[in-house]
Design a protein around this ligand. Structure first.
Ligand SMILES: NC(=O)c1ccc[n+]([C@@H]2O[C@H](COP(=O)([O-])OP(=O)(O)OC[C@H]3O[C@@H](n4cnc5c(N)ncnc54)[C@H](OP(=O)(O)O)[C@@H]3O)[C@@H](O)[C@H]2O)c1
Length: 260
């Protein structure tokens, strides 16, 4: 099957590309920048979701599109919402049969611009012209680690009761690749990691594993966003499915990799 992966060089997109290529699919990687180290057997097509440039040529002959593109900055609305609208219109012109979208558990519960954009993106896909599958996942271990690494550079560890349930990105990628094969399935059960932990607990896991000495930095429980995060808005509810291993195990495996 000819599959196109938007954002196929990203944290999620790259393992999706690897998984689909390993399953024998023809994979096109659609991003602005060509991959420095392409997955063997895949081809790159330059596209820009912010302008729609390159989409028609990139989607010629494509059966299924997996959208793993992202933009977390000021232009998130432009890329995630208007971008997916332009993408779906191009998919329709190219007669693409299936659009697979990734979203975030609880994005509709947190009044933060990026999550609002993700909620709007979901609406564009689920009301759009192409048969779809939508999977919501919790935060990837990488994201939690990036936040804690940035704090550790300043010799501090955030001290806050905000709750996360981080998940391994390769497990989510495998779910998306399987969804691409299955065909349009609507909303799939949400997925998340095995444990709900406060950011304080996650920071302590990292500090202990890496043997660092850090000062606790209290995060005041102010504002609706922090309050919603303390209420576990980004964690699975009872209908979600827990998958993968926890952050401690992810960190342990990462520490075993050469050069880390
Ligand atoms: N990170 C998490 O913890 C998490 C958790 C759950 C769900 N998700 C969702 O998973 C998806 C992927 O997130 P990620 O963290 O893997 O993203 P990421 O690592 O930041 O990767 C973003 C990808 O999108 C491409 N991209 C960015 N702007 C683009 C544009 N204008 N046109 C075309 N491609 C563009 C990038 O390539 P170029 O820059 O070369 O264009 C890159 O390949 C997002 O929908 C996100 O909401 C993420």
């Amino acid at each position: 099957m000819q599959v196109a992966v938007l954002g196929g060089t990203g944290t999620l997109g790259l393992p999706v590309v690897r998984e689909l290529a390993a399953q024998g699919h023809s994979v096109r990687v659609l991003t602005r920048t060509a991959p420095a180290d392409p997955v063997p057997g895949t081809e790159h097509h330059p596209v820009d979701l912010a302008t729609g440039a390159g989409l028609d040529a990139a989607l010629e002959g494509v059966h299924t599109v997996v959208d793993a593109a992202n933009h977390a900055g000021l232009r998130s609305e432009r890329v995630l919402v208007e971008g997916v609208r332009a993408l779906l219109a191009a998919e329709r012109r190219a007669r693409v049969s299936h659009h697979v979208e990734i979203s975030i558990v609880g994005c509709d519960q947190v009044p933060f611009a990026y999550y609002r954009a993700k909620t709007a993106q979901e609406r564009v896909v689920t009301q759009g012209p192409v048969p779809w599958t939508l999977l919501r996942a919790t935060q990837f271990h990488y994201l939690i680690d990036r936040i804690l690494a940035a704090a550790a550079k300043l010799r501090v560890a955030p001290h806050t009761g905000i709750l996360f349930q981080p998940v391994d990105v390769t497990v989510v990628a495998a779910r998306l690749a399987a969804a691409a094969e299955t065909g349009p399935s609507g909303r799939l059960p949400d997925v998340g990691g095995p444990i709900v932990q406060t950011l304080t607990e996650l920071a302590e896991v990292r500090r202990r594993t890496l043997g660092q000495s850090l000062l606790p930095l209290p995060v005041p429980p102010l504002g609706r966003v922090v309050r919603r995060l303390r209420d576990a808005a980004l964690c699975l509810d009872n209908d979600g499915e827990t998958v993968s291993f926890d952050y401690a195990e992810w960190l342990r495996r990462r520490c075993e990799l050469p050069g880390i």
